[in-house]
Design a protein around this ligand. Structure first.
Ligand SMILES: C[S@@+](CC[C@H](N)C(=O)[O-])C[C@H]1O[C@@H](n2cnc3c(N)ncnc32)[C@H](O)[C@@H]1O
Length: 305
């Protein structure tokens, strides 16, 4: 179904299902013997959402022969990709807290359980922003598990295309304190102008010393929707409500690092390939034809004074 300006979802549908997909990746990366990351909540959260395909995925019970381009090597590359991504942003928060920041905002938090699993310094407040059904599901499910947050967790149930800065302030956000911002796995689901607005809003809410982290996909410019639709058809036949071709906003958009620099952020990027090398993981050889989004650049930066 095509996107609309006010579309909504839960964790089994549309953009929401992508949160379950990446949580399944974290669940598998957590089981990986190399132990680059540890997200003990990913597995039970994916089971609680209950999409059969993702449950089979974390149980290693998928019939790869029914999924296009899904060789064991590609599955391992996906798991390793989630591992380096999660580690990059876990380390980002740890470094930000080391600078004395005690306020974090996780935009598009999905099934991110950092507010329950990272060791936050005392008094740290972590805000999570996502659509209401997504926020409510995670809050209720983790409470049912008896999980306790490791920071003061405050939720903001709102669409990021609406006036989220006002909702964030109403939840107690202190714009005078430095903030560690995270927008992980979000930008491709926002139209280009909404991406710019997101960074404009973040900048307006940030004092010098605040930090930001995100990732971007240069290949979004040439994203071939028809090819992706063709590739993901077998997944939909297996009940996965993720049609990336219609979820993603393709075409020209501002370069994230340059845009942030233009807004006063001392930002830089590192490619996923470099992260694989940094963590001694085998760099996957992926044909462009098999991976329409291609390379991912992980970005972090600090707002200059
Ligand atoms: C790929 S998931 C990433 C979730 C989480 N950041 C992670 O990495 O595990 C995309 C998330 O973006 C959220 N999202 C996308 N567009 C949004 C919007 N306009 N408003 C609120 N949330 C949005 C979805 O609900 C979903 O949780």
């Amino acid at each position: 179904m095509p996107r609309t300006h006010d579309d909504t979802w839960d964790l089994a549908s549309s953009v929401g299902a992508t949160a379950t997909m990446v949580a399944a990746g974290r669940a598998l990366a957590t089981k990986d013997p190399r132990k680059l990351i540890d997200d003990p909540f990913a597995d039970p959260l994916v089971r609680a959402v209950g999409v059969d395909f993702f449950v089979k995925m974390i149980d290693g019970e998928l019939d790869l022969s029914t999924i296009p381009n899904a060789s064991p090597a590609r599955v391992q590359a996906m798991i390793d990709g989630m591992a380096v991504r999660t580690k990059f942003f876990d380390d980002y928060f740890s470094d930000a807290m080391d600078t004395g920041i005690r306020q974090a905002v996780i935009l598009a938090s999905g099934l991110d359980a950092r507010a329950y699993r990272l060791r936050w310094p005392a008094q740290t407040v972590v805000y999570e922003i996502d659509q209401p059904q997504v926020i409510d599901f995670k809050t209720t499910t983790l409470a049912d598990f008896g999980a306790e947050s490791t920071a003061q967790r405050r939720t903001v149930r709102i669409d990021l295309r609406a006036d989220w800065p006002t909702a964030l302030r109403e939840a107690g956000f202190d714009a005078a304190a430095p903030t560690a911002w995270l927008a992980e796995g979000l930008l491709i689901y926002l139209p280009p102008e909404a991406q710019d607005r997101l960074f404009d809003n973040i900048t307006a809410l940030s004092v010098p010393g605040s930090t930001i982290a995100t990732e971007y996909v240069p290949g979004i410019r040439d994203f071939d929707a028809d090819r992706v639709r063709e590739m993901s058809a077998p997944l939909r036949e297996q009940g996965v409500d993720i049609d990336m071709a219609s979820l993603v906003y393709a075409g020209e958009r501002n370069h994230v690092v340059e845009y942030l620099r233009g807004n006063g952020w001392d930002a830089s990027g590192i490619s996923r390939e470099e992260l694989f090398r940094l963590h001694d993981l085998e760099v996957p050889v992926i044909e462009e034809d098999d991976d329409p989004l291609g390379e991912i650049i992980f970005v972090s930066g600090t707002l200059s004074g």
